[in-house]
Ligand binder design. Structure first.
Ligand code: GAR
Length: 188
């Protein structure tokens, strides 16, 4: 039987879409049982809908504090008994309490060669610094932003003509391969 995974998103959802495609294959060890978006207008919600995947919007602004927001999230996630929680463009920082609740089960994809370029605007910063390579990294989520143990990483050559947009497209293409592949490896 396929294991459950929960995917957390905040925006476009192209990584979500790549995990859905992989999970649709018979031999993939998991299925997405729930998608939660931190943002009501995330395009990724439409992708979940189109693929008939249960989805919720849980926006922090609906709660009086982050603790209550996360308690709501935890309640919804626990019901799925997930083997993995995959952050896919989920742009919120999770608390220690949340992370400990799902110890070693939360993973994230980040558009840089971690530990370089944690945080935002990774492509812009890599180009500005004259880096030869960029890439993407799948890592465990810990309290330190983009700081958990690295599980998989792909390197991509930055060409002199690259802009943050072209580099982002190139890296994203690789993200769509590396993320489902890593999930498959972890759960097989
Ligand atoms: C992806 O490039 C992902 O690596 C990045 O956001 C984008 C989401 O795209 N994540 C982070 O920067 C997390 N620190 P998507 O919504 O189309 O999957």
């Amino acid at each position: 039987m396929k294991k459950n995974i929960v995917v957390l998103i905040s925006g476009r959802g192209s990584n979500l879409e790549s995990i859905i495609s992989a999970a649709n294959k018979k031999n993939f060890p998991a299925k997405i049982s729930l998608v939660i978006s931190s943002n009501r207008s995330a395009l990724g919600l439409k992708i979940a809908e189109k693929n008939h995947i249960k989805n919720f919007v849980v926006e922090q602004k609906e709660f009086s504090n982050k603790k209550l927001y996360e308690e709501d999230l935890i309640g919804k996630i626990v019901q799925q008994d997930p083997s993995l929680i995959c952050l896919a463009g989920y742009m919120k920082i999770l608390s220690k309490k949340f992370i400990n609740k799902f110890k070693d089960k939360i993973i994230n994809i980040h558009p840089s060669l971690l530990p370089d370029y944690k945080g935002l605007n990774t492509h812009e910063r890599a180009i500005q610094a004259g880096e030869k390579y960029s890439g993407c990294t799948v890592h465990y989520v810990t309290e330190e932003l983009d700081g958990g143990k690295i599980i998989a990483q792909e390197r991509i050559l930055i060409s002199p003509s690259d802009t943050p947009e072209t580099l982002s497209r190139k890296v994203l293409e690789r993200e769509h391969i590396i993320y489902p592949k890593t999930i498959e490896l972890l759960l097989s």
